[in-house]
Structure formats: structure tokens, C-alpha cells
Design a protein. Structure first.
Length: 99
């Protein structure tokens, strides 16, 4: 239902893509942008970057806590897209339009 109604496009990376995601995620944890124990969070961010997403909407504090400047530099150094991490409330405030 979400695929057709919201026009979501499921992604499945080819095997080399999985390797890139793992390498990017490992770098994010090594640079302490994402806590070392938050492996899945680092994968989510790396997958979104590899897919060239421009914004990641989340309430997850581990993802939200990453310094945006350092995150951008780390992602650029991996040759993947740079992502803005925002909460749903921030997106509504910024793009919600007139009330």
C-alpha cells in the first residue's frame, strides 16, 4: 500500500553496494559520529547516503546527535550523498506551509 499510495521506492543494493554501506557505516562509527554500539543506525544512515537521499526524517537521537558538518565531510570522503537529518517536527515547521 505505501509503495503505490505514497510512491515509495524500495531499495535493494547489489552486493557491492552492501560492501559500500558497511564501509561507510564503519567510518561513521570510527569517527564517533554514531556510537559504536549503534550498528543498525550507522547502516541506516549509510544506506540513505548511498541512495542519494537528501533528507533522513527520524526521531532517533543517535542519528540526530551526529554533528552535521562532520557528518557531511565524512560522507563526502566516502563519495556518497550528504544527508540532512531532521525530526518530523522540524520538517513540518520548515515545510508545513501556512496554518
Amino acid at each position: 500500500m505505501l509503495v503505490s499510495a505514497w510512491r515509495f521506492r524500495p531499495l535493494d543494493f547489489i552486493p557491492v553496494g552492501h560492501g559500500i554501506v558497511e564501509a561507510v557505516a564503519k567510518k561513521l562509527r570510527a569517527q564517533h559520529l554514531i556510537p559504536a554500539k549503534e550498528i543498525n543506525d550507522s547502516y541506516i544512515l549509510a544506506e540513505a547516503a548511498l541512495a542519494n537521499c537528501t533528507i533522513l526524517i527520524t526521531s532517533d537521537e543517535h542519528l540526530r546527535a551526529a554533528d552535521p558538518t562532520l557528518l557531511g565531510l565524512a560522507l563526502k570522503s566516502c563519495d556518497v550523498g550528504v544527508i540532512l537529518v531532521r525530526t518530523p517536527a522540524e520538517v513540518v515547521r520548515q515545510f508545513g506551509g501556512k496554518r
